[in-house]
Design a protein around this ligand. Structure first.
Ligand SMILES: Cc1cc2nc3c(=O)[nH]c(=O)nc-3n(C[C@H](O)[C@H](O)[C@H](O)COP(=O)(O)OP(=O)(O)OC[C@H]3O[C@@H](n4cnc5c(N)ncnc54)[C@H](O)[C@@H]3O)c2cc1C
Length: 386
């Protein structure tokens, strides 16, 4: 066992730290207050090639793995930034890479790698289906050489900041299916050509996340934009869930470390009752406990990421990494709120902003209950609970 990063991985960590140093807390705070997208930051990361490190070198990407991609996102969050602005390109890429055909990869990947195309929207969730993805109702009906899409999605992030969207839609009615995981298909939607067929309605949420309701009204998608096999879209999407969970775990680890840094510094600086507040065990021990939980979650994050990169089955590890890192970050967030007293609520301290950002990681892109039911049923062999 070797728990050390390679020189290349360490280099990536330091390179991302260097980029993030230019985007101080005031930059993220202002964006948060104004609900604005970190355009300049995302452009710089794209230009430097960090958002395309999962794209194979033959298409102009970095040709690296999930371990490295996770380091990029961890460092963004650890710096006080918010990786959600750009993480989806890394997940959507996986479905295209694994299930797309050669002509789709030739058409899109070089432009995404060069930063000419943004592929950051991932449209699965629907208002009624919620977590039960096999119940989605947005339809894709074939008409000659194209599909016609109708329906509604909710909480679809970065649609207005993306050129392409990966869409899951129903190609066979639910009632006609023997295996209910069949009948869904994945499409690449070119949002630049969509016109009025795609209506986007921003949803005001408690953090700066650029998420939207999206309505499809007779949107025509050419048949060449079907990714993988018609009717097997649920399985294609599932393949991208493990990297998604690992990358979100890394973001949570980054947040957790940001909270620990912030808390230890404040515990040393703040003097009340004639001594540093960190000298009190009631202040110090919760930080130490949260730190230990983050370090433990980080081990399973790297285990899951390494297994994924070795093409080993890693569903259990990816889910546990997401669960444990999300919980550890949330614990560290609450500790930071306590330690900062009233100042935790003052926006200029950034704790309340990161607190709001971190909370999402336990609910989306997959909720804690869904992870526990996966572990209970698929790893521990208990009865299906839903
Ligand atoms: C800011 C934000 C951004 C998002 N971005 C995207 C995006 O870009 N693309 C996208 O497709 N989606 C996105 N989502 C959606 C997110 O993935 C969903 O909110 C999530 O999958 C849950 O769906 P739901 O909200 O309908 O919850 P529901 O499915 O209604 O679940 C509600 C609660 O009930 C629990 N529950 C439900 N059934 C069971 C059961 N059988 N056993 C135990 N517990 C159960 C769930 O775990 C959850 O805690 C985003 C959400 C948010 C808030």
């Amino acid at each position: 066992m070797d728990f050390h990063l390679t020189d290349e991985q360490q280099f990536i960590r330091e390179a991302i730290r260097d980029v993030c140093q230019k985007y101080q807390a005031s930059y993220w705070r202002k964006l948060d207050l104004e609900n604005e997208y970190p355009e300049e930051f995302v452009q710089e990361l794209t230009r430097l090639g960090w958002l395309s490190i999962l794209i194979p070198e033959e298409y102009g990407g970095g040709g690296l793995g999930i371990v490295e991609a996770s380091i990029v996102l961890e460092e963004i969050n650890r710096s006080g930034g918010h990786g959600a602005a750009c993480h989806a390109q890394m997940y959507t890429m996986g479905t295209l890479l694994r299930n797309g055909n050669a002509s789709q990869k030739d058409r899109y990947l070089p432009s995404v790698a060069a930063g000419d195309l943004r592929f950051q929207a991932f449209a699965v969730t629907e208002p009624d289906a919620g977590s039960e993805t096999t119940r989605i109702e947005t339809t894709a009906v074939r008409h000659g050489d194209h599909y016609v899409i109708n329906g509604e999605k909710v909480f679809i992030s970065r649609v207005l900041e993306s050129d392409l969207m990966l869409l899951l839609a129903r190609t066979t009615p639910y009632a006609d299916l023997e295996d209910k995981t069949d009948g869904l298909s994945v499409f690449i939607v070119d949002l630049r050509d969509a016109g009025d067929s795609v209506q986007v309605q921003p949803i005001d949420v408690m953090l700066n996340h650029h998420t939207n309701a999206v309505f499809f009204d007779n949107l025509e998608v050419p048949e060449e934009n079907l990714v993988g096999v018609e009717g097997k879209g649920f399985r294609h999407i599932i393949n991208s869930w493990n990297p998604e969970r690992i990358l979100i775990a890394a973001e949570a680890i980054g947040d957790g470390r940001w909270f620990i840094d912030k808390s230890t510094k404040y515990a040393g600086d703040r003097v009340v009752f004639g001594r540093q507040i960190g000298a009190n065990q009631g202040v110090q021990f919760p930080v130490a406990r949260a730190y230990a939980h983050i370090e433990a979650a980080d081990l399973i994050r790297y285990k899951a990421a390494s297994m994924f990169d070795r093409q080993e089955s890693c569903g259990a590890e990816a889910n546990m990494a997401k669960l444990l890192a999300g919980e550890a970050a949330w614990e560290a967030a609450n500790v930071a709120m306590d330690i900062h007293g009233g100042y935790a609520f003052a926006r200029e301290f950034d704790v309340e902003r990161k607190f709001r950002e971190t909370r999402l990681l336990s609910s989306a892109p997959v909720s804690t209950n869904m992870i526990l039911s996966y572990l209970g049923q698929h790893v521990l062999g208990m009865p299906r609970s839903y």
